[in-house]
Design a protein around this ligand. Sequence first.
Ligand SMILES: Cc1cc2nc3c(=O)[nH]c(=O)nc-3n(C[C@H](O)[C@H](O)[C@H](O)COP(=O)(O)OP(=O)(O)OC[C@H]3O[C@@H](n4cnc5c(N)ncnc54)[C@H](O)[C@@H]3O)c2cc1C
Length: 379
Amino acid sequence: MILGMDRSNSEATAEVVVVGAGAAGVGVSWVLSEVAGIDTLVLESGEVGETFRKWHEQMRFLTPSFTSNAFGMVDLNAVTPTTSPAFTLGTQHPTGAEYAHYLQSVVDYYEIPVETHVNVESIRPTNGGFRLDTSQGPISTRFVVWAGGEYNQPSTGTMAGAEFGVHVGRVGEWGELTGGDHHVVVGGYESGIDAALELARRGSKVTVLDRGEPWAGRESDPSMVLSPNTHDRLWNQGGGIELVGGVDVLSLETSQGGYVVRGADGQCWTCDGEPILATGFRPLSAVASPHFASDEGGFPEVTERADESTITPGMFVTGPALRHRGVVFCFIYKFRQRFAVVASEIATRLELDTDPLSELAADGFFLDDLSCCDVECAC
Ligand SMILES: Cc1cc2nc3c(=O)[nH]c(=O)nc-3n(C[C@H](O)[C@H](O)[C@H](O)COP(=O)(O)OP(=O)(O)OC[C@H]3O[C@@H](n4cnc5c(N)ncnc54)[C@H](O)[C@@H]3O)c2cc1C
């Protein structure tokens, strides 16, 4: 028997398999199983909230949690309309470990069918569905919802010598970095500034290099500028952080026991601590990427109607990898709005009632009209 479930067939089956039990996987599977009543199975290679469990201890949520659910404004970090991390955890900016605890509570409370320690190794389209090869044996399904996240796929772009730096997604503990009084951080958005703050707190001098100046942006979309929480931390820190915009970093080198970071215009910076690469993540893992075409930004191309692959019918994507009609869904309060869009498409094909899903619109869990998403704040 595979997957520790009571399955009489030699090959396990489910109507929908969700890959990954992070924020996206737990939320979308709640909509699929609890609201739409679809036979759903979640496969997770680690524990529920595995990525959050890997965050270093000082890393905290940027978007504040607040239990405003009863007044029609669901906690920004909740993955279902009637749960709230602030309520469960009693904190406004949870750590990764705390948020993983919240996700596990949601799974337990709603009895969401999650199988942990099952790694999905490959996905193959078959007649009428998919066959997944997993570390616990094969499973067949009609639909796959990819919720594998980005955190396991650090990206360093075309930077030469990237192996001399440490990507933020690979830092378990800042104290583990090899010494150094001066670090260069490449990338000045959230994770770069978070790294700089932590290193400065530990007494290091830090130079942050970025192509633009994310710390100075004035856009209404928080996906483009630093969050107020990070702004507060940055402007209240005790010094030691230098922010340099307009630098396109081309290469890292080692030199005389230290490091040289070279920019495109010939400028270079030296440091004795390992350069930190806050250069983002690739949207899909090697398991999912063959099943999606890429748009010009390298993000998975999805159909106009739902978040389904344009080249592999029946395979959907949810989470921060989603870009739809120019809208960036990189925060939980954004991508949760598409959970019911995916579930509705699947329910329609299974000829199930979609009315319960429509009701999720009032709580911001069913957004199919994206024209509302480009509003600039007046002040
Ligand atoms: C420092 C930091 C602060 C952040 N703050 C915020 C914030 O304040 N608000 C916010 O909304 N977002 C925040 N984010 C972003 C947020 O963490 C991500 O958007 C969120 O984790 C994405 O959820 P996900 O479920 O798509 O991915 P994940 O949480 O990464 O979940 C993916 C899961 O899939 C599993 N998986 C992957 N591949 C396989 C496979 N082949 N087989 C089985 N399982 C697999 C992984 O183990 C993992 O558990 C922050 C991120 C960082 C790094």
